[in-house]
Design a protein around this ligand. Sequence first.
Ligand code: ADP
Ligand code: MG
Length: 451
Amino acid sequence: KWGQLRQRLLKTVGQNNYTTWIEPLEFEHLEDGVATFSVPTNFMGNYVSQNFADLILYELNTAGAKVQRVSFQVAANTSKRPSPRVVSSKADESVEQATTTPLDALQAAPLDARFTFDSFVVGKPNELAHAAARRVSEGGPVTFNPLVLYGGVGLGKTHLMHAIAWELRARKPDLNVLYLSAEQFMYRFVQALRERKMMDFKVLFRSVDVLMVDDVQFIAGKDSTQEEFFHTFNALVDQNKQIIISADRAPGEIKDLEERVKSRLQCGLVVDLHPTDYELRLGILQTKVQQYRGSYPGLEIADGVLEFLAQRISTNVRVLEGALTRLFAFASLVGREIDMELTQDCLADVLRASERKITVEEIQRRVSEYYNIRLSDMIGPKRLRSYARPRQVAMYLAKQLTSRSLPEIGRRFGGRDHTTVMHGVKRIEELKLIDGQIAEDVEMLRRALEA
Ligand code: ADP
Ligand code: MG
């Protein structure tokens, strides 16, 4: 198998690269989705890993092998073959996700017809991102480049990008607007390498007027893809072509993204989509209901249901939409009005999953209020009984009501050790059995926190 693959690699990388870098590779084994090759030197391992790992991985998978990553090891002495030392697997580790996506996602990045500005509900958390998106969608002179939209999952990044693309197509049909995910960018790049069409690739990407790359965090750690992205980016900015990028966090916080790429991304306008607030969620629900009315005529929604959903399902809009879709489908099936009872029945699992999470900070605040001490004294170093006891109660509740580990809790109590937290938790458990007052305090606090 490796023999055939080598032939394909030879075609792709050319004779020189092949002789220098690919030929000396020895296939070692394939285990748990990791294909291991041995290389003669450390330097070679690094070089191959940075420059050819994506390609080798791609070829392996195209040939039908189920490989998630490739790893290169130095065989210290090739004749005896002692246990090889791992040189670098960082670059290829991160290609992992890529291999699980079907390759046919490669060519087109179709725009979702529902993702327009008309259907995008604007509120405080997203008004800046929306305004910036509107501005670039006018297709006027480039004022900020790139535009970077970032924010958590389901907050509307892809929706806004598609909306920009639709709007540009309508307003400026002559502009060459290219929208694709960072993942598709990588696949096109690797395919170009493989088919020896790098020139075509470069020409294609340098001829667009507006380039939109969604979920750019995907290329973090994929060195050769990042490199190509960087060059594409620079070439377009030099020509004053608009670039629009989205990411799941601020560019500066994307791990394994090269510094130079980070700093390029930060050069333009970086705006974030904040988690939704109640008003925005309610607005989105009301808009969606209007849309659904078309498909489910005659369906009624009782007062308070949308408010309830907006209250209870926080942050992720996708989940909110899913809940509403389910509700409509369910109600029309059973022929009932959408009231609170139906909502509770139909969405029990969603509602449970999005139950309010209690934080350690909240516990500390409540407990210090309850015992009438200052928050700083609860967290601080003082050992007086009047502080130490409430502190232990708070630690106990933190352990009971949050999913934080002992070290994590300790850190939130002024950097205390996890053994201190464990001791505190134990102490309260003992006291609850013998001291009625403590037992009652803990119970009261728990109820207040869970309300
Ligand atoms: P992201 O790309 O940030 O993960 P999406 O853009 O895919 O999120 O949004 C998830 C879903 O939520 C989509 O169906 C989208 O239409 C919807 N959505 C998100 N924000 C809004 C909004 N402000 N108004 C209307 N729909 C929204
Ligand atoms: Mg998205």
